[in-house]
Write a protein that binds this ligand. Structure first.
Ligand SMILES: [Zn+2]
Length: 168
């Protein structure tokens, strides 16, 4: 496991892109399939290449859809100190407390993952294969982004500590 984490860290350093980079996002979605319970594996393993290939779709949308940008990060330290008890878990409560403009400015990835989960659950209920796969590939991307340390800090590019450009 330590070798895998080091491998991913090295890839993310050498890849010019947002987040993990395209190669790592594809690999993360690919490997995540093998962590699923057997009941889900029968659906996901035969479609592992599709899930891997589309792991980067959310980053591709960043270039075309302005609303996409804040879905990939949260500068959580803007909201105080760990464990961020002041930050509401529910989107509507967070809007009421901080305002939507502030939430969008500092990123919304945790709440967007919840939206993606609801979309995927709806797709399961409708037995909509295309929607299940699309939303599964997307949620894998957003969960991976939520685990990028520099996607969870206001100092996401080293601009506050004289390390400008560290994200790249
Ligand atoms: Zn992303």
């Amino acid at each position: 496991m330590k070798k895998f984490i080091l491998f991913i860290a090295l890839i993310s350093i050498t890849t010019e892109s947002y987040c993990w980079g395209f190669y790592a996002h594809k690999k993360i979605n690919y490997l995540a399939v093998f962590l699923l319970p057997p009941q889900m594996l029968v659906l996901y393993e035969p479609n592992i290449d599709l899930l891997s290939e589309h792991a980067v779709d959310p980053d591709k949308r960043r270039y075309a859809v302005a609303a996409e940008v804040p879905r990939h990060f949260i500068d959580i330290d803007h909201y105080g100190k760990f464990p961020y008890a002041e930050l509401p878990h529910k989107w509507n409560d967070a809007i009421e407390k901080f305002g939507e403009d502030t939430l969008l400015a500092y990123g919304i990835v945790p709440w967007h993952i919840e939206i993606m989960q609801k979309r995927r659950t709806k797709a399961y209920k409708e037995k909509n294969f295309a929607s299940i796969m699309k939303n599964s590939a997307d949620i894998g991307h957003y969960i991976a982004d939520a685990h990028v340390p520099l996607h969870a800090s206001t100092n996401h590019n080293g601009q506050l500590t004289g390390q400008l450009g560290i994200h790249g």
